[in-house]
Design a protein around this ligand. Structure first.
Ligand code: C5P
Length: 225
């Protein structure tokens, strides 16, 4: 492995999953554990990068020598990205960010009111990755993740390729989730796409191994110093 090929580079990784409060005790969340994001951070550190992780609700420990910023909501994650991304050589958006949040947050615990159902009004959260792509400094490498569910690998990849073209990130790491795959498991299987949707890599195995495969693709896109 090309240890040391990220010396002198600054890498920001988002990890985990955001939580959007509904009331004083409840939230809308997702099953992202933060394992793949933390593996990316640790792999980048092993290769010599200066790494900061923006961790959304991750309970895992992080290896030594990695800076950590803990956040909870999409809004907090967005602000942390905005402050750290401008000086980064690469930004990896591995966090599962909520696409919608409750329109208002009740200050106390919502009570049952006797009706059989209830409706929660949601509003869209800003797409942080899109903002990054729009605002990035020249030569910064921006990487998105796409967790897709699908009946077959083909549909997962079709969705991934469309998303890669739409999002405009340099790389999109597509992984199939659901049915015991992806979230919270030790191993992962991913396909790496470029901004045109073309397949530029794939990896299967430990999340650390997958992380190095993603970093290989990042390294070859960084400008030589
Ligand atoms: O469109 P989708 O949510 O599947 O895209 C996933 C990618 O976009 C991930 O890299 C995720 O971190 C990022 N994302 C974001 N802001 C959002 C939603 C997703 O940056 N509000």
């Amino acid at each position: 492995r090309p240890w040391g090929d990220l010396v002198g580079r600054t890498v920001v990784v988002t990890a985990g999953g955001t939580r959007e409060p509904i009331d004083a005790v409840r939230y809308l969340g997702n099953r992202s554990s933060g394992m793949q994001g933390f593996a990316l951070a640790e792999a980048a550190r092993e290769r010599g990068a200066e790494v900061t992780v923006i961790a959304a609700n991750v309970t895992l420990p992080l290896g030594e020598g990695i800076a950590r910023v803990d956040v909870s909501t999409a809004d907090e994650l967005s602000r942390a990205v905005e402050s750290l991304a401008p000086t980064a050589d690469a930004v990896v958006m591995a966090a599962a960010v909520a696409d919608y949040r409750p329109q208002s947050v009740a200050a106390s615990k919502l009570k049952k009111d006797g009706s059989a159902g209830m409706t929660l009004e949601l509003v869209q959260t800003p797409d942080i990755l899109a903002g990054l792509v729009a605002a990035r400094p020249p030569s910064q490498v921006v990487v998105g993740f796409a967790a897709e569910t699908g009946d077959d690998a083909g549909s997962v990849l079709q969705h991934g390729a469309a998303k890669a073209r739409r999002k405009g990130a340099d790389l999109l790491v597509v992984n199939e989730v659901g049915g015991g795959r992806g979230f919270g498991t030790a191993d992962n299987t991913v396909t790496i796409l470029d901004s045109t949707g073309a397949r530029v890599g794939e990896a299967t195995g430990s999340k650390l191994g997958v992380a190095h495969a993603v970093l290989d693709r990042i390294v070859e896109r960084l400008p030589s110093e």
